[in-house]
Design a protein around this ligand. Structure first.
Ligand code: UGA
Length: 430
């Protein structure tokens, strides 16, 4: 099938590459010409394991191409995916202006039947607006369907998640739209959930907010564990063996970040309010999340007493491992806060240095964890990269002026760390 993708961000680019990998011909367009130039020269604008190889292979096989206008996208693909950003707006909701302007472009270019699919994360009822904008702007009698096909990929494992999804959701209004999407996704051999468009839109927001709630829940449990002298890792292990709860997303830490959870929880709360329901639970999820970061900063303060003038090594800047994404990264927020208090922060991240540089004024960016730790009064583990899990802790200790390690991701074993001579504190563990 010929498929077009409008917007080559994380979701658009990975979706395009994976659809090509499964045998479709895919054209990806983007209003950012620099990004298209980067992609055409076979470089990746984001770090995502396995993506570069996948893109190269499919470009070589002539199944994947980059460049052109939104109107070219409509001319090429029977299916047109909208994968443009939906950034937060000042009221906490999502700013849908990119979605609207792309819908207008699509409408103006419509001639034969097209299936327009929203893949960006959008509030419920966006599909209705997309349909009415297209109907208003397109020539009379234009033949099209609108559908919602939310994306559940995680950064850092986006290619795997997309090639082998645990479910695919189609929100459709017509049998024809359903059949086109079934044909498209047949090679993925994944379970399909077919719903109306509004329910599909809600599945995405409700799923992300539920996962965020799970993280805030375990972070609140971690706070109680600290007061009681219990271990949140043990509590989570015992809870997670109940299949109704499950072990995933029960890692206590410094809170969730990234371009999705913080924005989506706020947007779900905002759209619920607009619809007449006060979803107070989501407010609490956000409050507990902010508190997790503050509790960690409090520990730094307790260990250092005076933060100003101290040398602090920050290990990790990306919002999670295996990505160079620093959007809404709690690690970056922690570093910024300490730097603002006058600490000399020396930071290192295996992939995210370049993207973090513009937001880390006055922070020394180092070439390795050991370099960051040189002469430090305290080290902070902020992102659980494998490289940090496997680092030589004896050398780390020797490099530091004072061997204090605050582990914001519960990566190390407290007993072993003490054996190695560290003053060690983590989250929700004695
Ligand atoms: C999330 C969802 O997991 C995806 O299903 C969804 O498609 C995506 O948002 C999206 O809406 O596009 P992502 O933001 O890439 O994916 O990352 P996650 O793995 O969900 O992690 C989010 C944050 O939660 C990270 O900061 C991570 O460190 C934190 N986290 C995660 C915890 O603090 N504890 C956990 O147990 C799990």
């Amino acid at each position: 099938m010929n498929v077009s993708i409008i917007g080559t961000g994380h979701v658009g680019l990975v979706t395009g590459a994976c659809l090509a990998e499964r045998g479709h011909r895919v054209l990806c367009v983007d209003s950012d010409e620099r990004k298209i130039r980067t992609l055409r020269s076979r470089k990746m604008p984001i770090y995502e394991p396995g993506l570069e190889r996948l893109v190269s292979r499919n470009v070589r096989a002539k199944r994947l191409d980059f460049g052109g206008t939104n109107s070219d996208a409509v001319a090429f693909g029977k299916i047109v995916f909208i994968c443009v950003p939906t950034p937060p707006s000042p009221g906490g909701g999502a700013d849908l202006s990119f979605i609207e302007s792309v819908s207008r472009d699509i409408a103006r270019a419509l001639s034969d039947y097209r299936l327009v699919v929203e893949k960006s994360t959008v509030p419920v009822r966006t599909g209705e607006h997309v349909r009415s904008v297209i109907a208003k702007v397109a020539r009379k009698g234009a033949d099209f369907d609108v559908a919602s096909n939310p994306e559940f990929l995680r950064e850092g494992s986006a290619v795997e998640d997309t090639l082998r999804p645990d479910r695919i959701v189609f929100g459709v209004e017509t049998r024809r739209a359903e059949m086109v999407l079934r044909d498209l996704y047949r090679p993925f051999k994944a379970p399909v959930v077919v719903t109306d468009i509004k329910s599909a839109e809600l599945i995405k927001h409700a799923s992300n907010s539920f996962l965020a709630m799970k993280i805030s829940y375990i972070n609140a449990v971690a706070a109680v564990c600290e007061k009681a002298g219990a271990s949140v890792t043990e509590v989570a292990r015992g809870m997670g063996m109940d299949p109704r709860i499950g072990p995933q997303f029960l890692q206590a830490g410094i809170g969730f970040g990234g371009s999705c959870f913080p924005k989506d929880v706020a947007a779900f709360e905002a759209i619920s309010r607009d619809l007449g329901y006060d979803f107070g639970l989501l407010r609490e999820v956000r409050r507990v999340n902010a508190e997790a970061r503050d509790r960690f900063l409090q520990k730094v303060q307790e260990e250092l007493w005076i933060v100003k003038g101290k040398t602090i090594a920050a290990l990790g800047l990306s919002f999670k491992p295996d990505t160079d994404d620093v959007r809404e990264s709690v690690a970056v927020a922690v570093v910024q806060r300490l730097a603002a208090q006058g600490a000399k922060v020396r930071a290192y991240d295996p992939q995210a240095m370049e993207k973090a540089r513009p937001v880390l004024d006055g922070v020394a960016l180092c070439g390795s964890a050991l370099e960051a730790a040189a002469g430090a009064d305290c080290a902070l583990l902020l992102t659980e990269w494998k490289e940090f899990r496997e680092m030589d802790l004896r050398r780390l200790r020797k490099a530091m002026a004072h061997p204090t390690l605050l582990d914001g991701r519960n990566v190390f074993d407290p007993a072993k760390m003490r054996e190695l001579g560290f003053t060690y504190r983590s989250v929700g563990r004695p």
